[in-house]
Design a protein around this ligand. Structure first.
Ligand SMILES: O=CCCC(=O)O
Length: 459
């Protein structure tokens, strides 16, 4: 029996699309094409690869309205953010088109050879296992560096965004990408392990939960295949007494509600120095209270629905458990009686270590405020998590930079929002994963750093 992948409109709870999952024949054909395309693609020059990436970037920009719409209808991202995401995906393609050759330039190393150097060669078909929360951006974050390095890319997208997966594959087709260079392989979850194990897949890039990441990494490791894991986070944001409180509140409100809070790098635990706690909390509360929640198709909507009913229920469970454990709910905190999977901007104060909103990742518009007696205590609280994805610090600049060294996170922002940027590497430590995406580091994940030693040096 064919497994169907069903997209449900989270603003109504109604199914909107069903796509058959790939069966054995489609899996075989896709992997075969990815392998045979690699034979030619690996021999193309950077200029040809860049041309494809520039063309697909241009296609995304041209079709931004349609691409954004499918994202909004399948996972509920407010349409203005969805347009921004499509443009950012195009930027990733264009960034690697422009800088990939430089990032992969051979490194000459003096030795006993006449000439010795390290050159960076592609590995083969790379599998990208992707989540629903940023369907276009995360697809291009994976495939743009992989393709520019000369690999071919096989995308296994989240089963809840089959229209997005098809649209991304359609963008490559529209610009005439050679068959097999990029493919969407919509396999059902139980079939993913078999694809990772397939001899034609040489490496895996995974973005998603730590639980699923552990499963993917175990299979990849058992086949001795490299993997990059970008997993969950419970990112701390430290607001110290010398911070610009209004600026911090403005940015952290935004950071917590982008994509209805469904971002791995959102500000999830906000750790505020005691002397400015009340002032900061009021500045944050007033901003969260003013947000417009509603139909994500409307241009003026700032907070859309949660992507799925089970995720909304899990979020509400975290909020109620945190309040039961002694936190105060200053805003939101209840499931609205409307169709769809909405959850309101919610502000919890008095959150302490061990409470659900602190110990677990909250994937929704729930800000958990904790109190620190001083900067040192704030750093201890920030690091008291199993995760280590990103963090922000709000204080005098030099002090913030010094604190970054103390924070167990793959990325730290001083007096600014934590964001991803094609120019800069992102990734986590601890249970937030390993390896890096983006920047020079991102394109070096899926290459063979081949040492070449040529002839003995003569005196
Ligand atoms: O949720 C992870 C994606 C975060 C981002 O790159 O904006």
């Amino acid at each position: 029996m064919t497994t169907m992948l069903t997209a449900i409109d989270p603003s109504t709870g109604e199914p909107i699309r069903e796509v058959p999952a790939a069966g054995p024949v489609e899996i075989e054909t896709t992997l075969d094409h990815a392998e045979s395309a690699f034979g030619d693609w690996r021999r193309t020059g950077f200029a040809e690869r860049a041309e494809l990436l520039r063309a697909v970037g241009a296609e995304l920009r041209r079709g931004v309205e349609d691409y954004a719409y499918v994202m909004t209808e399948e996972m509920g991202k407010p349409i203005t953010e969805a347009r921004g995401e499509v443009v950012k995906a195009a930027w990733a393609a264009e960034h690697y088109a422009e800088h990939g050759e430089r990032y992969l330039a051979a490194d000459v190393v003096e030795s006993d050879a006449t000439s010795s150097y390290v050159q960076y060669l592609p590995l083969g078909p790379v599998l990208g296992v992707l989540p629903w929360n940023a369907p276009f951006w995360l697809a291009f974050r994976f495939c743009a560096p992989a393709l520019m390095a000369g690999n071919t890319a096989v995308m296994k997208h989240d089963p809840h965004v089959p229209g997005c997966a098809a649209a991304i594959a359609g963008a490559f087709r529209a610009v005439g990408a050679p068959d097999g260079v990029f493919a969407s392989l919509p396999v059902a979850t139980p079939d993913v392990a078999g694809v990772i194990r397939d001899r034609r897949i040489r490496a895996v890039s995974f973005t998603g939960s730590d639980r699923a990441g552990a499963a993917v990494a175990s299979v990849a490791a058992s086949e001795i295949k490299p993997a990059v894991l970008e997993l969950g986070g419970s990112d701390p944001s430290i607001v110290l007494a010398d911070a610009d409180i209004e600026a911090a509140a403005e940015t952290l409100a935004l950071s917590r509600i982008i994509n209805a809070g469904q971002s791995c790098i959102a500000a999830k635990r906000i750790i505020v120095e005691r002397s400015v706690h009340d002032e900061f909390v009021e500045a944050l509360r007033s901003r969260l209270a003013a947000l417009r929640m509603g139909d994500p198709r409307h241009d003026d909507t700032q907070v859309g629905p949660i992507a799925r009913a089970d995720l909304r229920d899990a979020l509400h469970r975290q909020v109620t458990e945190t309040v039961t454990a002694g936190a105060t709910c200053l805003l939101g905190g209840s499931v609205p009686d409307v169709p769809g999977f909405y959850y309101p901007p919610t502000l919890l104060t008095g959150v302490r270590p061990g409470m659900a909103a602190c110990a677990e990742e909250t994937f929704g518009p729930v800000a958990a405020v904790m109190t620190a007696v001083d900067a040192e205590h704030a750093v201890d609280l920030a690091n008291a998590t199993q995760y280590g994805l990103a963090a922000s610090v709000w204080t005098e600049t030099a002090r913030g930079e010094a604190m970054a060294r103390e924070l167990e996170a793959g990325q730290v922002s001083v007096n600014g929002i934590v964001k991803t940027d094609p120019r800069l590497p992102s990734g986590g430590i601890k249970r937030s994963g390993y390896g890096r995406e983006l920047g020079r580091a991102g394109i070096h994940e899926f290459v063979n750093a081949q040492q070449v030693w040529v002839g003995p040096k003569r005196d």
